[in-house]
Design a protein around this ligand. Structure first.
Ligand code: CP3
Length: 356
């Protein structure tokens, strides 16, 4: 199925097969730190116009691959496309975070929600996937993605970004049945969304659970992990999606890696608050790991970036199953030259590590 791929390091690492060096891609690799991204976004008029225009989304997806020797592309889109397609009215005010015109607050709001039509409201996403696959011409695999049900619910109930998403957390304590109804419709939507991306040509799938780490251990299992597991289970019933590796990334949830590894996913994303060596022992060879350089390191200098990059590679060691990444998304003020230093160091040091 992936025989046409010229570089399959990323998919091999996800299968925990040997590779010549460690593969790398960077969360938010297409974004504001790149002047060419800012130029295309200006042409589009807004972030949402950019995401909803398949030719422009394809253009910005490929931009970081022109500059850096990355081992995977990631669809240019956003996790909040799904709630937008559910009718919540998403906008990004200039210089601010996301905003929903119609947040979800009560039973009536939740009863109105349905699984969006993947070839209707979300057709622009599958169109972008098809176009990017064609333009990539097998250079590297394409990652499709979604937010986790929990993380999407955080934004939908709060109506905007927040430090603690206390409105949804309050609903979990006050009206748990309501929270579960919301999370269930989101899990069904996310599974269909990811399956549609698989059918359109995505070659790996990632679920971003950015706010899973806000929950204590038992609530994490009840409100976040359980619904990611439901998504993974549903994907196994789809003829296309069942072939694809799924990466789960819960930020700030290092202590949950062993239970997350039992969901049937292929890999776990890891942030920088846990050593890869410890994370690798915690998952006991069940899954590959993706991570985990602190993105703030990219604000330092080339020598420090090389040193910290080698420390991450050494921490995982000479074992199969490591995909290098940052522990969270790259930030807008990073110098693109520093990303080149990072990518080249991962490949050159990763190669020497394989020989030890
Ligand atoms: O990784 C990639 O290059 C693919 C594109 C991608 C974007 N968002 C583009 C984007 C991906 C994978 C996402 C995921 C996403 N979006 C997450 C999960 C990952 C994470 O970072 O934790 C979350 C929580 C969101 C929601 C979101 N989208 C927020 C909070 C914001 C505003 C904050 C910010 O960084 O400006 C966005 C906007 C957004 N999504 C931008 C990009 C490039 C910036 C918008 C702009 O160009 O002004």
């Amino acid at each position: 199925m992936n025989q046409d791929l010229k570089n399959d390091r990323f998919l091999r690492a996800l299968r925990r097969e040997p590779t010549d060096t460690t593969p790398i891609w960077v969360m938010r690799q297409a974004g504001r730190y790149l002047p060419e991204y800012r130029a295309t976004r200006a042409r589009a008029g807004s972030f949402m116009a950019l995401a909803q225009h398949p030719e422009l989304a394809c253009e910005v997806t490929l931009q970081p691959l022109e500059r850096f020797d990355l081992d995977a592309a990631i669809l240019f889109s956003d996790i909040l496309t799904v709630p937008d397609a559910m009718g919540l009215g998403l906008s990004f005010a200039a210089g601010e975070g996301p905003q929903f015109a119609r947040p979800v607050r009560n039973a009536a709001d939740i009863d109105r929600l349905g699984v969006p039509d993947m070839e209707g409201e979300l057709r622009y996403v599958t169109d972008a996937v098809r176009l990017i696959r064609r333009e990539l011409q097998g250079r590297v695999p394409l990652i499709g993605f979604s937010g986790s049900p929990w993380t999407l619910a955080c934004y939908m109930v709060e109506g905007q970004g927040s430090r603690d998403f206390a409105t949804l957390k309050a609903m979990c304590w006050n009206e748990p049945a309501l929270a579960h109804r919301l999370l269930d419709v989101l899990a069904r939507s996310v599974a269909q969304y990811l399956a549609a991306q698989a059918v359109a040509g995505a070659q790996a799938l990632m679920i971003f659970d950015t706010w899973g780490g806000l929950l204590g251990p038992a609530p994490f299992r009840e409100f976040s992990l359980r619904y990611m597991a439901q998504v993974v289970d549903t994907l196994k019933t789809n003829a296309h999606a069942r072939e694809l590796p799924v990466i789960l990334f819960s930020k700030g949830a290092g202590m949950h890696l062993p239970t997350m590894a039992d969901t049937g996913c292929a890999a776990l994303g890891v942030d920088w608050t846990i050593d890869l060596d410890q994370a690798r022992r915690a998952v006991a060879g069940k899954v590959a790991l993706q991570g985990n350089l602190d993105p703030a390191v990219l604000r330092s200098n080339p020598d420090t970036i090389r040193r910290e990059t080698r420390a991450v590679l050494d921490s995982y060691g000479n074992h199969p199953g490591h995909v290098f990444n940052l522990g969270h998304g790259i930030t807008p003020e990073v110098d693109p030259e520093h990303v080149k230093v990072l990518v080249d160091e991962v490949h050159s040091y990763g190669r020497t590590l394989r020989m030890t």
